[in-house]
Ligand binder design. Sequence first.
Ligand SMILES: Nc1nc2c(ncn2[C@@H]2O[C@H](COP(=O)(O)OP(=O)(O)OP(=O)(O)O)[C@@H](O)[C@H]2O)c(=O)[nH]1
Ligand SMILES: [Mg+2]
Length: 442
Amino acid sequence: MFEQISEKFEGIFHRLSGQARITEENVSDAVGEVRRALLEADVNYKVARQFTEEIQKQAIGKEVAKSLNPGQVFVKIVYDELVQLLGGATSEMQFSQDIPNVIMIAGLQGSGKTTFAAKLASHLKSKGRYPLLVACDVHRPAAIDQLETLAGQIGVPIYLERGSSAVAIAKNAIDYARKNARDVAIIDTAGRLHVDEEMMREAESVKSTVNPHQVYFVVDSMTGQDAVNTAQEFNRRLNFDGVILTKLDGDARGGAALSVRAVVQKPIKFVSVGEKLDQLEVFHPDRMSSRILGMGDVVTLVEKVQEQVDEKKAAKLEKRLRRNELTLEDFRDQLRELKKMGSLKDVLSMIPGVSGAIRNASVDDKALVRIEAMIDSMTIEEREKPHIIDGRRRRRIAAGSGTTVQELNKLLKQFSEMQRMFKSLSKGKFGKGALGNAILRS
Ligand SMILES: Nc1nc2c(ncn2[C@@H]2O[C@H](COP(=O)(O)OP(=O)(O)OP(=O)(O)O)[C@@H](O)[C@H]2O)c(=O)[nH]1
Ligand SMILES: [Mg+2]
């Protein structure tokens, strides 16, 4: 399904790989190409715009580690954003203690509801559950037969009544499930070619009667932009809990299916990839993204290198500390590391050893910004040898950073105390953020 978009992406990444570094210009070009590729794959235009704005923001000014090339770094940015677009983390099915858990399946005609109902029953059976299929498509007599046949194939019982209303069948089926200890009831409903009022009302009354634990909206990935509109309409009427993408084995461009989650903000639960009853997959945003980009190994590589880069920095710092070569520049780098992890208070509260007093104290994130500004206003020589910062330099630095000489005095005093402290520490290991923590505690 995603061959075309995969190919396009590959070309974009390849062209960027040839560049020495990421610049505003080559990023803009690549981002423009990404947007075109998305639109050509039939991704909803609003979704495509948002997506590309986000990767542009992240790519500009991104440093490229020596062992990587810009193409690889860009792949990682696009990958991360694609995972987000597809929902971030995997959304597992949730069950309650109720007997039965009720799952209602809705969607347009021919979208694959009945097939999915049977696949889901089979999937749950293999997980040790006791499903019951419920035939609530009363508008086509053949629909009940179809579900009956499928139920027979997978060895799952079916509840059916001929001549009753969908609402009555759903209600009776739940009683039946309770009496027969079937712990999941999967309700297959009727579809129409287009969203129509009568069908929506019927689905709404089934929903309000049986109050399902989950309502799943089934959408055919082959239907293009209509998929997005239909999803919105069903969501407005049924406020469904999850999306099922079917016919992902087809040769449509697939972009519309990728847009559904972003448009309705509901997780994709499963994908159906064929007519056979075992062709159902739990949806994983990360695996799907690797598949679309065809670059799973590049993403892993970049992650590893990025981890290593920080480790290298930390190791270098440790060495300097041991040799008493701590500079204000190192100090600022540590503050930046700390900030990357979130607000100071959040970071502190994650450290088990931090006392309640510190945790409850009002921690001033703005103070960090001011410290950083002061260090930024120093020359490299001043950062390395703070003792040369005399009165004239102090006034210049304070003015340049929009702070006061008093504040700068305080920083320099703290820093020299810290240097002394580290001198007295001959042993001990400094991990990431050790310096920042030390100054916060002093
Ligand atoms: N290739 C492929 N075909 C599928 C998939 N899911 C369903 N189908 C086929 O699509 C057709 C329609 O599937 P159904 O499950 O009957 O769809 P439905 O939504 O229940 O249709 P109505 O009850 O008529 O509204 C059948 O021929 C299925 O075999 C899939 O993932 N891949
Ligand atoms: Mg059906």
